[in-house]
Design a protein around this ligand. Structure first.
Ligand SMILES: Nc1ncnc2c1ncn2[C@@H]1O[C@H](COP(=O)(O)OP(=O)(O)OP(=O)(O)O)[C@@H](O)[C@H]1O
Length: 238
């Protein structure tokens, strides 16, 4: 079943059009990666698909809804990772989960989510006191309190130490095991290789390559996804 269908997506900011003609689809239950050079429009694509930003052209269906006209309905069914600045320093882990759960019509039991993601011992810890790894764990838990069918994660592991990254990978796999579809923006090809069922590399306003990490490695005529990425994005730096 197709969860996201993007056809000819276009988005401009003033005279700049980072996303000119992006088409891709995401299937239910997969971890779908989006990679590409800085400024290629990865976050813009994710924001348009999650109803957080309006598009200038193209068609979008997400969980059968149009993010433009069915925004409220869509926001009830998806989870999006927050940027760090979205939480006040002084908020406690338990308070943040309870607050986000209150935004949904049919939330998951936030205490169960807290327990499942290993956050119960941190319940009274203030956000500012958490290490990067615990913050990311909280962001994943917050993205899940609405009991979403689809989750968007944007550079979730950037800035994490190697062991926190590995732990986060485990958490993302756990989402797939639960049947949640995951769309993740990443700059790390080892991460894409370890997690993504399929991925798109975007640049120059469009999809430069799309497939499984193995298919992309072959398309780039390379021995590794890392090398293939360079071959496929050559000349596409925004
Ligand atoms: N609100 C905005 N107003 C003006 N320009 C913007 C806005 N948001 C993004 N842009 C510009 O649009 C382009 C695409 O941005 P976007 O954040 O989608 O790219 P990205 O691929 O996610 O980049 P990065 O890898 O650096 O996170 C960039 O050049 C960015 O500066």
């Amino acid at each position: 079943m197709t969860v996201i269908e993007i056809e000819g997506l276009r988005k401009s900011y003033g005279s700049k059009t980072p996303v000119e003609d992006v088409s891709l689809s995401v299937e239910k239950g997969e971890i779908f990666g989006i990679a590409g050079p800085n400024g290629a429009g990865k976050t813009t694509v994710v924001e348009c698909a999650s109803g957080l930003r309006d598009r200038d052209g193209g068609t979008l269906r997400v969980l059968g809804l149009d993010p433009r006209t069915d925004r409220r309905k869509l926001l009830q069914r998806i989870g999006a990772q927050l940027q760090e600045a979205a939480l006040p320093d002084s908020i406690k882990v338990g308070e943040a989960l309870a607050m986000y759960a209150s935004l949904y019509d049919k939330p998951a039991d936030w205490r169960a989510v807290m327990e499942e993601w290993g956050l119960s011992d941190k319940r009274r810890a203030r956000f500012a006191s958490l290490s990067g790894g615990w913050k990311q764990r909280l962001f994943i838990a917050l993205a899940l309190v609405g009991d979403p069918e689809l989750v968007f994660l944007d550079e979730l592991t950037t800035g994490l130490d190697p062991s926190a990254r590995r732990t986060t990978w485990g958490l993302i796999r756990k989402l797939r095991e639960r049947g949640v579809t995951v769309v993740m923006v990443t700059h790390f090809m080892d991460e894409a290789e370890a997690l993504c069922d399929r991925m798109a590399i975007i640049g120059q306003g469009r999809v430069l390559a799309l497939g499984t990490p193995r298919e992309l490695t072959e398309q780039g005529r390379s021995d590794s996804l890392d090398e293939a990425y360079f071959a496929l994005t050559e000349g596409a730096v925004a």
